[in-house]
Ligand binder design. Structure first.
Ligand code: GLC
Length: 454
């Protein structure tokens, strides 16, 4: 009896502790969905890469690529003075493009901090500009109704305790390698934790955190070096609703990440892990560089960008599209032009993006088309990438469509059952529909047919 009571007591004391730990690790898929709902609905966000590399204007990795010693690199810090910075203009540009959240590099790999951190002198308030950049930015974007995300670089090519590794600008410098002996990554992680605490307590609700990045293994850094679990705990504690990306090297922990982040490429299909579809966000640039790059010329066309957004959503993902502002504090005029194009398209077609996802598997996309689907309104969107000549055939939906219209002007699209195939094609579609389209493409880059399902 006594031992029974005793074990009951132990259980009562210990179980809640276990439960607490397990709770963090075991958020139900339903709760996770709820936490992520705004993000899943938003589908389109703006990445902003801004730092002292914007003065060099030749990639945010310039310090690394050119193996620039810290004292030489300092010239950018000494000349950082974005006199034309107006975050309201940025926020309007993002909103105008149809974006619903933004993610700003509070600190990139160069180590420069865009807010007035107590834990370093290497920050904007010590540059000629002299003022915090983050608070006004957060306020301006919030005022336009956008959610707020912070990017924070785990790498730091400026901090004295950060050891030289294979990704470091000084990787080939023997003397600097030697100095690793006196560098203390534990002190560096204290610094990271302190800074995360600042970022997560001084700027109101932070909707997502983009930690960047892990490169475990030989001469690299991963979860042990960053003490990722410790950092994760801080984020979850301070901002329980904040979404966290997947670059802390904690993929094996269910609560170690909220979404995957394929970078600069389009996944072939919905990103999955062990056969299970997971939330994902692809981050993309207009050209090859994240930071402002004056001479980079491989800019994607507005049409490519719009198709990229549609294709992302058609595979169940989000698009985080990057702008690298200039050192004057303005958006690159090429970026503004592209954002304008996207905004024009989104103004008419946002309904086929927001709240949408991949179409259920039973719908197979017609030739030259991409499909998205809104599960709440049960509308299916056919994005027509190459405008056909008068007719569009869609197999397998004849018993499912109640009404069809062009999304850009809500003009009816007539359709008929076309079982047996198009005239002379010899191949009959099953349960097929043929839509009658105007010969001339509607005046928009990618027209969309909106299908109301039965
Ligand atoms: C990479 C790059 C970095 C960029 C990031 C965006 O990790 O190091 O420059 O900020 O991707 O996802």
């Amino acid at each position: 009896m006594r031992s029974y009571r005793c074990s009951c007591l132990v259980m009562c004391l210990i179980l809640p502790l276990f439960a607490q730990g397990a709770e963090m690790a075991k958020e139900s898929p339903k709760l996770k969905d709820e936490r992520m709902q705004w993000w899943l609905d938003a589908r389109f966000g703006m990445f902003i890469h801004w730092g002292t590399y914007s003065l060099a204007a030749r990639h945010e990795w310039v310090k690394n690529y050119e193996r620039t010693p810290t004292d030489v690199y300092r010239k950018y810090f000494e000349h950082f003075d974005p006199d034309l910075y107006d975050p309201h203009e940025w926020a309007r540009a993002a909103k105008g493009a149809g974006m619903r959240y933004f993610v700003i590099t509070t600190k990139h790999h160069e180590g420069f901090c865009l807010w007035d951190s107590k834990f370093t002198d290497y920050k904007v308030t010590n540059t000629p500009y002299g003022k915090d950049l983050i608070k006004p930015m957060v306020e301006a974007f919030r005022a336009e109704g956008l959610r707020v995300g912070f990017y924070y670089s785990l790498l730091d090519w400026h901090h004295p305790d950060y050891t030289v590794d294979k990704c470091h600008p000084m990787r080939d410098n023997k003397e600097e390698r030697e100095k690793n002996k006196n560098r203390d990554m534990k002190r560096y992680v204290d610094y990271v934790e302190n800074q995360l605490r600042e970022l997560l307590t001084q700027f109101g609700p932070i909707d997502c955190l983009f930690a960047d990045f892990s490169f475990p293994g030989d001469d690299g850094k991963g979860r042990k070096d960053w003490q990722s679990e410790r950092l994760l705990k801080v984020v979850r504690e301070l901002q329980p609703n904040c979404l966290i990306n997947d670059r802390l090297d904690l993929l094996d922990r269910p609560d170690g990440w909220d979404f995957r982040t394929p970078e600069q490429f389009m996944p072939r299909s919905w990103v999955s892990m062990d056969g299970v579809r997971v939330p994902w966000e692809t981050c993309q640039t207009f050209s090859g560089s994240w930071g402002y790059h004056r001479d980079e010329a491989t800019w994607k066309s507005p049409q490519q960008l719009i198709v990229m957004l549609i294709e992302t959503v058609s595979k169940g993902g989000n698009l985080l599209l990057n702008v690298g502002p200039t050192a004057r504090g303005t958006f690159d005029e090429r970026a503004l032009e592209c954002l304008g194009f996207m905004g024009d398209w989104m103004w008419l077609h946002g309904r086929s993006i927001y709240g949408c996802t991949a179409a259920p598997d039973e719908f197979k996309k017609p030739d030259n088309c991409l499909l998205t689907y809104n599960p709440k309104t049960r509308r299916l969107y056919v994005h027509v990438l190459v405008w056909p000549m008068g007719k569009l055939h869609f197999d397998g939906i004849a018993d499912k469509v109640a009404y069809a219209q062009l999304l850009n002007d809500a003009s009816e699209v007539k359709f008929s059952r076309s079982e047996g195939g198009a005239w002379m094609s010899g191949q009959g579609g099953q349960n097929a529909v043929t839509f009658d389209l105007p010969v001339r493409q509607p005046n928009t880059v990618v027209p969309v047919i909106e299908l109301f399902l039965k």
